[in-house]
Write a protein that binds this ligand. Structure first.
Ligand SMILES: [Zn+2]
Length: 445
Protein backbone atom coordinates (compact mmCIF):
# COMPACT_ATOMS: atom_id res chain seq x y z
CA UNK A 1 0.00 0.00 0.00
CA UNK A 2 2.95 2.25 0.72
CA UNK A 3 4.31 1.49 -2.75
CA UNK A 4 0.93 2.41 -4.21
CA UNK A 5 1.11 5.75 -2.38
CA UNK A 6 4.68 6.44 -3.55
CA UNK A 7 4.09 5.39 -7.15
CA UNK A 8 0.66 7.01 -7.29
CA UNK A 9 -0.96 3.84 -8.62
CA UNK A 10 -4.04 3.88 -6.45
CA UNK A 11 -6.77 1.27 -6.77
CA UNK A 12 -10.38 2.16 -6.08
CA UNK A 13 -11.08 -0.58 -3.63
CA UNK A 14 -9.01 -2.46 -1.11
CA UNK A 15 -9.97 -5.42 0.99
CA UNK A 16 -8.14 -5.88 4.28
CA UNK A 17 -8.87 -9.19 5.94
CA UNK A 18 -7.54 -10.74 9.13
CA UNK A 19 -8.28 -11.44 12.79
CA UNK A 20 -9.64 -8.76 15.08
CA UNK A 21 -7.27 -6.23 16.57
CA UNK A 22 -4.44 -6.61 14.06
CA UNK A 23 -4.86 -3.08 12.68
CA UNK A 24 -7.16 -3.23 9.66
CA UNK A 25 -8.99 0.06 10.29
CA UNK A 26 -5.78 1.65 11.54
CA UNK A 27 -4.11 0.83 8.22
CA UNK A 28 -7.16 2.19 6.38
CA UNK A 29 -6.88 5.49 8.28
CA UNK A 30 -3.12 5.77 7.70
CA UNK A 31 -3.73 5.14 4.00
CA UNK A 32 -6.39 7.87 3.89
CA UNK A 33 -4.07 10.23 5.77
CA UNK A 34 -1.18 9.57 3.41
CA UNK A 35 -3.23 10.27 0.29
CA UNK A 36 -4.56 13.54 1.69
CA UNK A 37 -1.46 14.64 3.59
CA UNK A 38 0.03 18.05 2.86
CA UNK A 39 3.50 16.95 3.91
CA UNK A 40 3.92 13.36 2.73
CA UNK A 41 7.38 11.87 3.29
CA UNK A 42 8.39 8.61 1.66
CA UNK A 43 4.81 7.34 1.68
CA UNK A 44 4.27 8.21 5.35
CA UNK A 45 1.73 10.82 6.47
CA UNK A 46 3.06 13.61 8.71
CA UNK A 47 0.34 13.26 11.36
CA UNK A 48 0.64 17.00 11.95
CA UNK A 49 -1.03 18.79 9.08
CA UNK A 50 -4.62 19.89 9.26
CA UNK A 51 -5.86 16.99 7.14
CA UNK A 52 -3.97 14.36 9.18
CA UNK A 53 -5.29 15.80 12.43
CA UNK A 54 -8.85 15.83 11.19
CA UNK A 55 -8.61 12.18 10.22
CA UNK A 56 -7.09 11.32 13.62
CA UNK A 57 -10.02 13.07 15.27
CA UNK A 58 -12.56 11.49 12.94
CA UNK A 59 -13.86 14.83 11.60
CA UNK A 60 -12.37 14.94 8.09
CA UNK A 61 -15.22 15.76 5.67
CA UNK A 62 -13.92 13.37 2.99
CA UNK A 63 -13.27 10.32 5.15
CA UNK A 64 -16.30 8.25 6.08
CA UNK A 65 -16.23 5.31 8.41
CA UNK A 66 -19.07 2.88 8.38
CA UNK A 67 -19.49 -0.08 10.70
CA UNK A 68 -21.35 -2.69 8.69
CA UNK A 69 -22.11 -4.63 11.86
CA UNK A 70 -24.65 -1.96 12.85
CA UNK A 71 -25.36 -0.28 9.47
CA UNK A 72 -25.88 -3.26 7.26
CA UNK A 73 -29.00 -2.50 5.25
CA UNK A 74 -29.71 -1.17 1.79
CA UNK A 75 -30.52 2.34 3.14
CA UNK A 76 -27.09 2.65 4.65
CA UNK A 77 -25.41 1.75 1.37
CA UNK A 78 -27.75 4.12 -0.51
CA UNK A 79 -26.53 6.90 1.77
CA UNK A 80 -23.00 5.94 0.74
CA UNK A 81 -24.09 5.93 -2.91
CA UNK A 82 -25.46 9.46 -2.52
CA UNK A 83 -22.38 10.74 -0.71
CA UNK A 84 -20.16 9.17 -3.36
CA UNK A 85 -21.73 11.33 -6.07
CA UNK A 86 -20.11 14.54 -4.82
CA UNK A 87 -16.51 15.58 -5.25
CA UNK A 88 -14.30 15.61 -2.20
CA UNK A 89 -14.46 18.87 -0.27
CA UNK A 90 -10.86 19.24 0.85
CA UNK A 91 -8.54 16.69 -0.67
CA UNK A 92 -8.10 14.79 -3.89
CA UNK A 93 -9.84 11.66 -2.63
CA UNK A 94 -12.96 10.65 -0.83
CA UNK A 95 -12.69 7.56 1.38
CA UNK A 96 -15.22 5.08 2.59
CA UNK A 97 -13.84 2.78 5.23
CA UNK A 98 -16.31 -0.05 5.78
CA UNK A 99 -15.54 -2.19 8.81
CA UNK A 100 -16.88 -5.75 9.16
CA UNK A 101 -18.08 -5.52 5.56
CA UNK A 102 -19.14 -9.20 5.52
CA UNK A 103 -22.12 -8.24 7.68
CA UNK A 104 -23.88 -6.35 4.87
CA UNK A 105 -27.13 -7.75 3.56
CA UNK A 106 -27.33 -9.18 0.05
CA UNK A 107 -29.20 -6.07 -1.18
CA UNK A 108 -26.58 -3.82 0.36
CA UNK A 109 -23.84 -5.84 -1.34
CA UNK A 110 -25.61 -5.39 -4.68
CA UNK A 111 -25.80 -1.64 -4.16
CA UNK A 112 -22.14 -1.56 -3.16
CA UNK A 113 -21.22 -3.57 -6.23
CA UNK A 114 -22.85 -0.94 -8.45
CA UNK A 115 -20.53 1.74 -7.03
CA UNK A 116 -17.48 -0.51 -7.32
CA UNK A 117 -18.24 -1.33 -10.94
CA UNK A 118 -17.93 2.29 -12.07
CA UNK A 119 -16.32 4.31 -9.32
CA UNK A 120 -15.67 8.01 -9.89
CA UNK A 121 -11.94 8.78 -10.01
CA UNK A 122 -11.83 10.40 -6.56
CA UNK A 123 -13.50 7.54 -4.73
CA UNK A 124 -11.61 4.95 -2.66
CA UNK A 125 -13.20 2.13 -0.75
CA UNK A 126 -11.32 0.35 2.00
CA UNK A 127 -13.22 -2.71 3.13
CA UNK A 128 -12.18 -4.48 6.30
CA UNK A 129 -13.34 -7.88 7.49
CA UNK A 130 -12.59 -10.74 9.82
CA UNK A 131 -14.53 -13.14 7.54
CA UNK A 132 -13.49 -12.60 3.91
CA UNK A 133 -15.13 -15.88 2.87
CA UNK A 134 -18.56 -14.36 3.58
CA UNK A 135 -18.08 -11.60 1.00
CA UNK A 136 -19.55 -12.23 -2.49
CA UNK A 137 -16.90 -13.10 -5.07
CA UNK A 138 -18.15 -10.30 -7.30
CA UNK A 139 -17.07 -7.78 -4.66
CA UNK A 140 -13.80 -9.51 -3.81
CA UNK A 141 -12.73 -9.67 -7.45
CA UNK A 142 -12.95 -5.87 -7.69
CA UNK A 143 -10.68 -5.30 -4.70
CA UNK A 144 -6.96 -5.38 -4.12
CA UNK A 145 -6.65 -7.91 -1.36
CA UNK A 146 -4.39 -7.68 1.68
CA UNK A 147 -4.69 -10.60 4.11
CA UNK A 148 -3.28 -9.57 7.51
CA UNK A 149 -1.96 -12.06 10.00
CA UNK A 150 -2.02 -12.38 13.75
CA UNK A 151 0.80 -10.35 15.22
CA UNK A 152 3.63 -12.43 16.68
CA UNK A 153 4.12 -12.24 20.40
CA UNK A 154 7.64 -10.82 20.19
CA UNK A 155 6.40 -8.07 17.88
CA UNK A 156 3.67 -7.18 20.36
CA UNK A 157 6.26 -7.31 23.16
CA UNK A 158 8.53 -4.95 21.28
CA UNK A 159 5.68 -2.49 20.82
CA UNK A 160 4.65 -2.70 24.48
CA UNK A 161 8.26 -2.04 25.52
CA UNK A 162 8.49 0.87 23.12
CA UNK A 163 5.34 2.48 24.47
CA UNK A 164 6.43 1.90 28.07
CA UNK A 165 9.72 3.63 27.31
CA UNK A 166 7.97 6.57 25.65
CA UNK A 167 5.67 6.98 28.62
CA UNK A 168 8.48 6.54 31.15
CA UNK A 169 6.94 3.46 32.66
CA UNK A 170 9.13 0.81 34.25
CA UNK A 171 8.01 -2.70 33.38
CA UNK A 172 9.71 -6.06 33.91
CA UNK A 173 10.12 -8.64 31.14
CA UNK A 174 7.67 -11.12 32.65
CA UNK A 175 4.95 -8.46 32.65
CA UNK A 176 5.68 -7.56 29.02
CA UNK A 177 5.27 -11.22 28.13
CA UNK A 178 2.07 -11.60 30.11
CA UNK A 179 0.51 -8.51 28.53
CA UNK A 180 1.59 -9.50 25.01
CA UNK A 181 0.29 -12.98 25.50
CA UNK A 182 -3.10 -11.79 26.72
CA UNK A 183 -3.34 -9.83 23.47
CA UNK A 184 -3.60 -13.19 21.70
CA UNK A 185 -2.21 -11.94 18.40
CA UNK A 186 -4.03 -8.61 18.57
CA UNK A 187 -2.03 -5.50 19.40
CA UNK A 188 -5.18 -3.58 20.29
CA UNK A 189 -6.10 -6.09 23.00
CA UNK A 190 -2.55 -6.16 24.36
CA UNK A 191 -2.48 -2.37 24.59
CA UNK A 192 -5.84 -2.47 26.37
CA UNK A 193 -4.30 -4.76 29.01
CA UNK A 194 -1.26 -2.48 29.17
CA UNK A 195 -3.51 0.53 29.93
CA UNK A 196 -5.19 -1.46 32.68
CA UNK A 197 -1.82 -2.45 34.05
CA UNK A 198 -0.70 1.19 34.16
CA UNK A 199 -3.86 2.29 35.92
CA UNK A 200 -3.34 -0.40 38.54
CA UNK A 201 0.43 -0.49 39.03
CA UNK A 202 1.28 3.09 38.16
CA UNK A 203 4.68 3.81 36.66
CA UNK A 204 6.31 0.64 37.88
CA UNK A 205 4.72 -2.56 36.61
CA UNK A 206 5.81 -5.62 38.54
CA UNK A 207 4.84 -9.12 37.45
CA UNK A 208 3.66 -10.40 40.84
CA UNK A 209 1.39 -7.36 41.34
CA UNK A 210 0.12 -7.45 37.80
CA UNK A 211 -0.93 -11.06 37.81
CA UNK A 212 -2.71 -10.74 41.14
CA UNK A 213 -4.52 -7.67 39.79
CA UNK A 214 -5.53 -9.49 36.62
CA UNK A 215 -6.32 -12.52 38.79
CA UNK A 216 -4.46 -14.80 36.45
CA UNK A 217 -3.09 -18.09 37.69
CA UNK A 218 0.68 -18.00 37.92
CA UNK A 219 2.43 -20.19 35.34
CA UNK A 220 4.10 -22.02 38.22
CA UNK A 221 0.68 -23.37 39.19
CA UNK A 222 0.60 -25.41 36.00
CA UNK A 223 3.97 -26.92 36.79
CA UNK A 224 2.62 -27.92 40.19
CA UNK A 225 -0.40 -29.47 38.48
CA UNK A 226 1.70 -31.47 36.02
CA UNK A 227 3.84 -32.57 38.99
CA UNK A 228 0.79 -34.02 40.73
CA UNK A 229 -0.33 -35.73 37.53
CA UNK A 230 3.11 -37.20 36.95
CA UNK A 231 3.14 -38.59 40.49
CA UNK A 232 -0.47 -39.84 40.22
CA UNK A 233 -1.21 -37.82 43.35
CA UNK A 234 -5.01 -37.55 43.33
CA UNK A 235 -5.28 -36.48 46.95
CA UNK A 236 -2.97 -33.49 46.75
CA UNK A 237 -4.11 -32.30 43.35
CA UNK A 238 -7.65 -31.99 44.73
CA UNK A 239 -6.49 -30.13 47.84
CA UNK A 240 -4.39 -27.85 45.66
CA UNK A 241 -7.27 -27.24 43.27
CA UNK A 242 -9.63 -26.33 46.11
CA UNK A 243 -7.15 -23.73 47.35
CA UNK A 244 -6.96 -22.21 43.89
CA UNK A 245 -10.70 -22.26 43.46
CA UNK A 246 -11.15 -20.35 46.72
CA UNK A 247 -8.89 -17.63 45.38
CA UNK A 248 -11.55 -17.06 42.76
CA UNK A 249 -9.69 -17.97 39.60
CA UNK A 250 -11.85 -18.22 36.54
CA UNK A 251 -12.12 -21.95 35.88
CA UNK A 252 -12.33 -21.57 32.10
CA UNK A 253 -9.04 -19.62 32.09
CA UNK A 254 -7.56 -22.27 34.34
CA UNK A 255 -8.76 -25.07 32.06
CA UNK A 256 -7.29 -23.34 29.00
CA UNK A 257 -4.09 -22.80 30.96
CA UNK A 258 -3.72 -26.50 31.72
CA UNK A 259 -4.38 -27.44 28.09
CA UNK A 260 -1.82 -24.93 26.91
CA UNK A 261 0.68 -26.15 29.48
CA UNK A 262 0.52 -29.75 28.23
CA UNK A 263 0.53 -28.56 24.63
CA UNK A 264 3.76 -26.68 25.39
CA UNK A 265 5.23 -29.76 27.05
CA UNK A 266 4.33 -31.85 23.99
CA UNK A 267 5.96 -29.34 21.66
CA UNK A 268 9.19 -29.35 23.65
CA UNK A 269 9.10 -33.11 24.19
CA UNK A 270 8.61 -33.76 20.44
CA UNK A 271 10.92 -31.11 19.02
CA UNK A 272 13.47 -30.59 21.84
CA UNK A 273 13.21 -26.92 20.92
CA UNK A 274 11.80 -24.75 23.73
CA UNK A 275 12.33 -21.65 21.59
CA UNK A 276 9.12 -22.53 19.75
CA UNK A 277 7.17 -21.53 22.85
CA UNK A 278 5.73 -18.06 23.37
CA UNK A 279 7.35 -17.81 26.78
CA UNK A 280 10.05 -15.91 28.57
CA UNK A 281 13.49 -17.55 28.76
CA UNK A 282 13.10 -18.67 32.36
CA UNK A 283 9.88 -20.52 31.55
CA UNK A 284 11.35 -22.03 28.38
CA UNK A 285 14.03 -23.58 30.57
CA UNK A 286 11.36 -24.88 32.95
CA UNK A 287 9.43 -26.45 30.08
CA UNK A 288 12.59 -28.05 28.82
CA UNK A 289 13.19 -29.71 32.19
CA UNK A 290 9.58 -30.72 32.84
CA UNK A 291 9.09 -32.20 29.36
CA UNK A 292 11.74 -34.81 30.13
CA UNK A 293 9.49 -36.21 32.86
CA UNK A 294 6.86 -37.29 30.35
CA UNK A 295 6.91 -39.41 27.21
CA UNK A 296 5.25 -37.97 24.11
CA UNK A 297 2.70 -40.80 24.43
CA UNK A 298 1.74 -39.75 27.92
CA UNK A 299 1.36 -36.12 26.92
CA UNK A 300 -0.84 -37.06 23.98
CA UNK A 301 -3.06 -39.14 26.23
CA UNK A 302 -3.42 -36.24 28.65
CA UNK A 303 -4.24 -33.79 25.85
CA UNK A 304 -6.79 -36.20 24.42
CA UNK A 305 -8.63 -36.34 27.74
CA UNK A 306 -8.50 -32.55 28.03
CA UNK A 307 -9.87 -32.03 24.54
CA UNK A 308 -12.65 -34.52 25.12
CA UNK A 309 -13.60 -32.64 28.27
CA UNK A 310 -13.48 -29.23 26.61
CA UNK A 311 -17.06 -29.07 25.36
CA UNK A 312 -18.51 -30.75 28.39
CA UNK A 313 -16.68 -28.21 30.49
CA UNK A 314 -17.88 -25.16 28.60
CA UNK A 315 -21.54 -26.07 28.97
CA UNK A 316 -21.39 -27.66 32.38
CA UNK A 317 -23.62 -26.23 35.10
CA UNK A 318 -21.10 -27.34 37.71
CA UNK A 319 -17.64 -26.70 36.39
CA UNK A 320 -16.01 -27.27 39.74
CA UNK A 321 -17.11 -30.89 40.11
CA UNK A 322 -16.29 -31.62 36.50
CA UNK A 323 -12.87 -30.10 37.02
CA UNK A 324 -12.19 -32.25 40.06
CA UNK A 325 -13.22 -35.40 38.21
CA UNK A 326 -11.03 -34.39 35.31
CA UNK A 327 -7.95 -33.77 37.47
CA UNK A 328 -8.45 -37.10 39.21
CA UNK A 329 -8.75 -38.81 35.83
CA UNK A 330 -5.54 -37.20 34.60
CA UNK A 331 -3.74 -38.44 37.72
CA UNK A 332 -4.79 -42.04 37.18
CA UNK A 333 -4.22 -41.89 33.45
CA UNK A 334 -0.53 -42.70 33.47
CA UNK A 335 -0.47 -44.75 36.63
CA UNK A 336 -2.16 -47.80 35.13
CA UNK A 337 -0.54 -47.69 31.74
CA UNK A 338 2.80 -49.24 31.02
CA UNK A 339 4.59 -48.86 27.76
CA UNK A 340 3.65 -51.87 25.61
CA UNK A 341 7.09 -52.42 24.08
CA UNK A 342 8.56 -52.39 27.56
CA UNK A 343 6.09 -55.07 28.67
CA UNK A 344 6.76 -57.24 25.65
CA UNK A 345 10.52 -57.15 26.01
CA UNK A 346 10.15 -57.97 29.69
CA UNK A 347 7.93 -60.95 28.89
CA UNK A 348 10.30 -62.14 26.18
CA UNK A 349 13.31 -62.08 28.46
CA UNK A 350 11.40 -63.84 31.21
CA UNK A 351 10.21 -66.46 28.77
CA UNK A 352 13.76 -67.09 27.62
CA UNK A 353 14.78 -67.58 31.20
CA UNK A 354 11.96 -69.97 32.03
CA UNK A 355 12.40 -71.91 28.79
CA UNK A 356 16.11 -72.36 29.45
CA UNK A 357 15.23 -73.65 32.87
CA UNK A 358 12.85 -76.10 31.22
CA UNK A 359 15.60 -77.27 28.87
CA UNK A 360 14.07 -75.98 25.68
CA UNK A 361 16.42 -75.23 22.80
CA UNK A 362 17.20 -71.60 22.05
CA UNK A 363 15.98 -72.03 18.42
CA UNK A 364 12.44 -72.42 19.67
CA UNK A 365 12.74 -69.25 21.69
CA UNK A 366 13.89 -67.30 18.68
CA UNK A 367 10.82 -68.48 16.79
CA UNK A 368 8.62 -67.17 19.52
CA UNK A 369 10.15 -63.72 19.44
CA UNK A 370 7.38 -62.19 17.37
CA UNK A 371 7.52 -58.49 16.78
CA UNK A 372 4.30 -56.66 17.49
CA UNK A 373 3.82 -55.09 14.11
CA UNK A 374 0.07 -55.16 14.12
CA UNK A 375 -2.51 -55.48 16.78
CA UNK A 376 -3.29 -58.94 15.43
CA UNK A 377 0.31 -59.93 15.85
CA UNK A 378 0.30 -58.65 19.40
CA UNK A 379 -2.88 -60.54 20.19
CA UNK A 380 -1.43 -63.65 18.63
CA UNK A 381 1.69 -63.26 20.68
CA UNK A 382 -0.35 -62.58 23.75
CA UNK A 383 -2.35 -65.77 23.13
CA UNK A 384 0.88 -67.61 22.64
CA UNK A 385 2.06 -66.43 26.00
CA UNK A 386 -1.18 -67.44 27.63
CA UNK A 387 -1.01 -70.92 26.19
CA UNK A 388 2.62 -71.22 27.04
CA UNK A 389 1.88 -70.07 30.55
CA UNK A 390 -0.87 -72.66 30.92
CA UNK A 391 1.49 -75.29 29.65
CA UNK A 392 4.21 -74.26 32.03
CA UNK A 393 1.81 -74.40 34.91
CA UNK A 394 0.54 -77.82 33.91
CA UNK A 395 4.04 -79.02 33.31
CA UNK A 396 5.27 -78.00 36.70
CA UNK A 397 4.08 -81.11 38.58
CA UNK A 398 5.53 -83.33 35.87
CA UNK A 399 8.77 -81.45 35.82
CA UNK A 400 9.11 -81.82 39.52
CA UNK A 401 8.84 -85.60 39.17
CA UNK A 402 10.76 -85.81 35.91
CA UNK A 403 13.63 -84.11 34.22
CA UNK A 404 13.75 -80.98 36.30
CA UNK A 405 14.88 -83.09 39.25
CA UNK A 406 18.32 -83.04 37.73
CA UNK A 407 18.16 -79.28 37.55
CA UNK A 408 17.09 -79.06 41.15
CA UNK A 409 20.01 -81.20 42.12
CA UNK A 410 22.39 -78.91 40.32
CA UNK A 411 20.87 -75.68 41.54
CA UNK A 412 21.20 -74.03 44.87
CA UNK A 413 18.01 -73.27 46.77
CA UNK A 414 18.54 -69.51 46.21
CA UNK A 415 18.33 -69.95 42.51
CA UNK A 416 15.18 -71.98 42.83
CA UNK A 417 13.53 -69.17 44.77
CA UNK A 418 14.65 -66.85 42.06
CA UNK A 419 12.83 -68.85 39.43
CA UNK A 420 9.67 -68.87 41.56
CA UNK A 421 9.84 -65.08 41.74
CA UNK A 422 10.29 -64.97 38.02
CA UNK A 423 7.14 -67.02 37.56
CA UNK A 424 5.15 -64.72 39.82
CA UNK A 425 6.40 -61.69 37.93
CA UNK A 426 5.61 -63.30 34.61
CA UNK A 427 2.07 -64.14 35.71
CA UNK A 428 1.59 -60.51 36.77
CA UNK A 429 2.77 -59.20 33.45
CA UNK A 430 0.55 -61.60 31.57
CA UNK A 431 -2.33 -60.49 33.72
CA UNK A 432 -1.54 -56.88 32.76
CA UNK A 433 -1.41 -57.78 29.08
CA UNK A 434 -4.75 -59.54 29.32
CA UNK A 435 -6.28 -56.45 30.91
CA UNK A 436 -4.71 -54.31 28.26
CA UNK A 437 -6.36 -56.23 25.46
CA UNK A 438 -9.45 -57.12 27.41
CA UNK A 439 -8.88 -60.84 26.84
CA UNK A 440 -11.34 -63.30 28.28
CA UNK A 441 -9.82 -66.66 28.98
CA UNK A 442 -11.85 -69.80 28.41
CA UNK A 443 -10.81 -72.74 30.50
CA UNK A 444 -11.84 -76.27 29.72
CA UNK A 445 -11.71 -78.99 32.34
ZN1 LIG B 1 -0.24 15.21 7.14
Amino acid sequence: MKNAIISGKIAHSYLLSGPRGVGKTTIARIFAKALNCADLKNGEPCNKCNSCEEITNGIHPDVFELDAASNRGIDDVRAVQDAAKFFPIKGKFKFFIVDEVHMLTQQAFNALLKILEEPPGYLIFILATTNPEKIPATIVSRCQRFPLQRIKINEISAKVKEIAKEENIKIDNESVFLISKLGDGALRDALGVFDMAVSFCGNNIIYSELKSFLNIPDKDIYFDISGFIRNSDVKNILIYFNDLEEKGFDLQTFFNGITEHFRDLLIVSSTSNPNLLDESDSFREKYNTESKNFTADQLQRILKVLFEAENRFRYSSNQKILFEALLAELCTLNRDVKDLSELISEVTSLKKKSLIQNNIKPAEIVNQNLTPESEAAVTKKEKGITEKNDLTESEIPESKNGKSETINVKKESGEKENSDNTNVKETLIIQKLKELFDVVEYKTD
